[in-house]
Design a protein around this ligand. Structure first.
Ligand code: CTP
Ligand code: CA
Length: 226
């Protein structure tokens, strides 16, 4: 594949991409989050747009600029991301769920700044909705691509997530590796298909990685591009 064969192969395809971290607020000035930079999700959104897709990007707070030609929706919490995604995905042919969604949020939100009055502060966290799992229940013909951040048993855990969330593909990343994971400019990992095929993608720039996974997905979903 080269640039020219990729050009416009996603014309007429509508794609939702989620990216970045979420913030789970304790009070107006404090939150629980994670180091996601949004780079992988933004690279996917950019790659899809370059190939002619109509791209909707739902993003948590990140410091990078949205790619040209992409419609950006800014969200902060997992709950906000959930609501936006549920609204948008209905009109989409494909979803890339690259966001690092907070699994838990503080049980109570204090509307005023919490004062350091006590020596110990005990936080109770409650589970956030699993956005991707919910999409898996409602997906219809929509192609769902999940991401799995793992530190061990990469293929096994990622495959389990793909099955449990009813996904078509999952990109499995070993976040302990030098060439992959949070804040990096490169990625490497496995693209696993619903049929159980495992495609190893070596370390490369996140944008090139994005094009590679799109290439592999398109090959297996001929109905996507006429
Ligand atoms: N995900 C989601 N909503 C959540 C949590 C995760 O949509 N509340 C999505 C992520 O965007 C990603 C996939 O689920 O595409 C897998 O995320 P990951 O954190 O690797 O797995 P979890 O299912 O959250 O399981 P765990 O963190 O326990 O490994
Ligand atoms: Ca998680």
């Amino acid at each position: 594949e080269n640039y020219f064969s990729r050009k416009s192969d996603l014309k007429g395809v509508k794609i939702l991409v989620t990216a970045g971290p979420t913030r789970e607020y304790l009070d107006p000035v404090r939150f629980i989050s994670n180091p996601s930079s949004g780079k992988m999700g933004y690279a996917i959104a950019a790659a899809c747009a370059e190939r002619g897709a109509e791209v909707e990007l739902v993003s948590g707070p990140v410091s990078i600029a949205p790619p040209p030609g992409v419609k950006l929706y800014r969200v902060e919490t997992a709950q906000e991301m959930f609501e936006k995604v549920m609204e948008i995905f209905l009109s989409c042919h494909m979803v890339f769920k690259a966001a690092a969604v907070g699994d838990y949020r503080p049980e109570t939100y204090c509307p005023t700044k919490i004062k350091k009055d006590s020596d110990k502060l005990i936080l109770t966290l409650v589970k956030n909705p699993d956005i991707l799992k919910e999409l898996g229940k409602r997906k219809g013909k929509c192609i769902l691509v999940g991401f799995a951040a793992e530190t061990e048993n990469i293929e096994e855990y990622a495959t389990k997530k793909m099955r449990e969330k009813n996904l078509d593909f999952i990109v499995a990343n070993d976040v302990t590796r030098q060439g992959a994971g949070f804040e990096k400019n490169t990625n490497e990992g496995l693209l696993i298909t619903r049929e159980g095929e495992v495609i190893a993608i070596p370390q490369m720039d996140k944008k090139e990685f994005a094009h590679r996974i799109i290439d592999e997905i398109i090959k297996r979903c001929p109905a996507l591009c006429q």
